[in-house]
Design a binder for this molecule. Structure first.
Ligand SMILES: Cc1ncc(COP(=O)(O)O)c(C=O)c1O
Length: 385
């Protein structure tokens, strides 16, 4: 049979490529963003219990009501905004499905969508799948701050949606209150929707506060916010997250959601509905990961890599320009194959693969793994690379 691919430009994601290469070369894997330590045994026992209690059939389409109530409570206590659990919250198969469904429910052929690059890899292909056009705005090192005049200049009659991600993967940059106010002004002025990808909401450092889109009333009134329990509770393989939006938008979201998955894994929802009620289970995440970040930076302090401490997420950017002139894909491949450490080249997240000579490492790893990886990284120099 002859078949013409609908998506000829989609290739294996960099995470698949580097993950596979890391396995082949038995490298220490600091590439993909997942922890290599277990999630809380209490949470695992709650899932076991839910299965034993018979929660093994379909969950309600929008998710278990108790869990939606717990999510509502968490958001209200942190951001003073109330989402109606019966009509404004939907459980999803990870944040990825929440992002996919948001775009599927809102983007028509020819609509323009602004994204900030470097950008997480699922935004652009999903927009293109639904005939939308990506309008990328490139952020620049060292701080990757947004210039809101540039954003304003990129808004056209066709702009439908702005996608933001704070804390930001891969740079660790966070949107300030001022950023969110500027975003709100532009979104209101031009009648834009916003997709605020907040999967690292609880991983934010140095006493900074996460500025959720939920905190800004006029922004919340036009935003889909996506979240991930995988990122928050160290179990990315469970693929469970959620989306919040005002009712008129959530209605559109659910029209698509019902035909994408209908509903999400039931026993996990039951377990999370209990676990989420105890705020101790998520409020200490920032401290936990700040210790990992500081351990990593401390172990790397005499290295030739240049680093600005990441402000959020569990990623740290390393600038290798003092070590090599290679492009970042060549650099990370050589680092993996010759030195045994897998990382992610950041150019793959940029417009036209712009290369800033930076790689991304994930420090959501045991202290022993961080010690092993940094023992290698900190000794790399121009001479021995
Ligand atoms: C910025 C960002 N958004 C979304 C996701 C996907 O989250 P999930 O695993 O819950 O689908 C990730 C995962 O790495 C991410 O980094």
């Amino acid at each position: 049979m002859s078949f013409q691919s609908k998506t000829p430009n989609f290739t294996d994601s960099i995470f698949t490529v580097m993950g596979k290469m890391a396995l082949e070369h038995d490298a220490i894997n600091l590439s993909q963003g997942f922890p290599n330590f277990p999630s809380d045994p209490v949470l695992i026992a709650l899932v076991d219990q839910a299965m034993a209690d018979g929660y093994n059939q379909y969950a309600p389409m929008a998710g278990d009501m108790d869990l939606r109530n717990a999510i509502e409570h968490k958001i209200e206590s942190l951001h003073s905004h109330r989402y109606d659990p019966s009509s404004e919250i939907t459980l999803t198969v990870g944040a990825t499905q929440a992002i996919f469904t948001t775009i599927a429910a809102t983007i028509r052929s020819g609509d323009e969508v602004i994204i900030f690059t470097p950008a997480y890899d699922c935004y652009a292909p999903t927009v293109e799948l639904f005939g939308g056009k990506i309008v990328p705005i490139q952020l620049h090192p060292p701080h990757f701050n947004v210039n809101w005049d540039t954003v304003a200049n990129n808004i056209s009659e066709k702009t439908k949606l702005i996608i933001i991600n704070t804390p930001h993967n891969p740079t660790g940059m966070i949107f300030s209150k001022e950023d969110m106010l500027q975003l709100q002004d532009l979104a209101v002025k031009h009648n834009l929707l916003v997709l605020s990808d907040e999967v690292y909401e609880h991983i934010i450092f140095d006493g900074e506060e996460h500025q959720s889109a939920a905190r800004f009333p006029e922004l919340a009134a036009r935003s889909f916010i996506t979240a991930s329990f995988g990122k928050t509770f160290h179990n990315t393989g469970w693929k469970i997250g959620y989306c919040t939006a005002p009712e008129f938008l959530m209605k559109e979201f659910q029209k698509v959601h019902q035909f994408v998955v209908f509903c999400v894994n039931h026993p996990t929802q039951i377990a999370l509905s209990t676990y989420l009620k105890d705020e101790e289970n998520y409020l200490h995440l920032a401290d936990f990961y700040q210790q990992k970040r500081d351990l990593f930076l401390n172990l790397m302090k005499d290295s030739r890599f240049k680093m600005i401490p990441t402000k959020g997420t569990y990623f740290q950017i390393l600038d290798y320009s003092a070590i090599s002139d290679s492009n970042d894909i060549e650099f990370s491949e050589r680092l993996l194959k010759t030195h045994g450490v897998a990382t992610i080249p950041t150019s793959v997240f940029n417009v036209g693969n712009q290369d800033f000579k930076q790689i991304r490492v994930c420090f959501a790893k045991t202290d022993a793994t961080l010690a092993r990886a940094t023992a290698i990284l900190k000794n790399i120099s121009k001479e021995n690379f």
